[in-house]
Design a protein around this ligand. Structure first.
Ligand code: ATP
Ligand code: FE
Length: 356
């Protein structure tokens, strides 16, 4: 089974070809990602209108490049998978229209994919992880724990009630005049800092459950920064490093404690081979990874993180999630709709902002 996947829900346009024969390990035959960071840089965030236009222009190019890289022609593709949400509606629409055109033109099935399911199923693409596993999805736009039980079966245990951690890293970098994206810059500064100089809040740790909050952290950081500026007239390199170290330590502490709680719920179901998988751009953070590995080691849970290129937005995960859905006997027709919001867990209570 050979699937062409399309992704255009945020600021990356992507196409990929994934193949799986029988029960063999799936193979990524091609994965093309065209980022739009340069188009949005001047605006300090993704501009939906600009993103939608760029996706419409780039999708064809991505598909052509993916076919070239895979060495296949369109008539060797068995089905088209596409992100049908959640995301910026203009971009999602561009992808869905392109996919409908391809599927109709080729007379092959169309499979709509939830972008979050794409992230959540990636450990099966990279490591053939067996269901059920616990997934921590932690990126610029998301932060949630999901017990992944099947290709379309997820239980959401909790997540951020406001900002995602990646957003908090990016805002911290902005407040301290560091480069964007903020994650790598803050991590590098934190490595030279003293995490004990500032103690930032660890929100919601005093409350039961797996929900998290990261928006108060940047307010605390802003206050600490302004107090230094008022006292000394400016920030030294060391001040910046210490602020970053304190900030990162607070994020690590919150993620570690909430992961312990999510693991406790997951382990109650007595999975045969327990696994914690992380995905999303923030999973690149070495301090976060190290702490999660320690938490897992203590509980005899296997820790896994897909390679970074498959942790951030890409179309290989969409092709693969489509493949799993298709193999389960499910596909869509031309009534497939683009959805700006689409929670993975239909049983979850109404989500607050940031939870998507
Ligand atoms: P989403 O995929 O959820 O729609 P996104 O495209 O913003 O959102 P990703 O591309 O997965 O998210 O990840 C980007 C985020 O990861 C940015 O916020 C960036 O700062 C953060 N990030 C990258 N590297 C690191 C790091 N080493 N430490 C912390 N955060 C990091
Ligand atoms: Fe994503």
């Amino acid at each position: 089974l050979t699937i062409l996947g399309l992704e255009s829900s945020c600021d990356d346009t992507a196409a990929a070809v994934v193949r799986q024969s029988g029960d063999n390990a799936p193979e990524i035959l091609a994965s093309i990602v065209h980022g739009q960071a340069d188009l949005h840089a001047a605006f300090g965030g993704v501009v939906p209108e600009i993103a939608a236009r760029a996706h419409a222009e780039k999708l064809d190019i991505c598909v052509e490049e993916a076919l070239t890289e895979s060495g296949l022609s369109l008539n060797q593709i068995d089905a088209i998978a596409v992100t049908a949400g959640p995301g910026l509606i203009g971009g999602v629409l561009s992808g869905v229209m392109c996919a409908k055109g391809l599927a109709t033109g080729l007379g092959i099935p169309l499979v709509g994919v939830n972008h979050l399911a794409g992230h959540a199923l990636t450990p099966r693409l990279t490591d053939q992880v067996a269901f059920p596993y616990l997934m921590l999805l932690v990126s610029g736009g998301h932060c949630q724990f999901l017990i992944t039980r099947g290709p379309q079966e997820f239980s959401r245990l909790g997540g951020t009630i406001d900002d995602a951690p990646g957003e908090a890293f990016d805002k911290t970098a902005r407040l301290l005049g560091l480069s964007q994206p903020g994650g790598p810059a803050v991590q590098a500064a934190a490595e030279k800092g003293d995490a004990k100089r500032f103690r930032f809040p660890r929100p919601l740790l005093d409350r039961p459950g797996c929900d998290m909050s990261f928006s108060g952290l940047k307010t605390a950081l802003l206050r600490a920064r302004d107090a230094i500026i008022t006292e000394k007239g400016g920030l030294t390199e060391q001040d910046r490093a210490d602020l970053c170290a304190g900030f990162q330590e607070a994020v690590v502490a919150v993620l570690a404690e909430k992961t312990r709680r999510a693991l406790a719920i997951y382990l109650e179901g007595r999975p045969l081979a327990p696994v914690l998988a992380v995905a999303g751009g923030v999973a690149a953070n070495t301090a976060i990874r190290a702490e999660l590995e320690t938490v897992c080691a203590g509980l005899e849970v296997k820790f896994t993180a897909p390679p970074l290129a498959l942790c951030t937005d890409n179309a290989a995960m969409i092709a693969y999630a489509g493949l799993e859905r298709f193999r389960a006997g499910d596909s869509d027709d031309m009534t497939l709709m683009a959805r700006p919001r689409w929670p993975l867990d239909k049983t979850a209570p109404a989500l607050l902002g940031g939870g998507k």
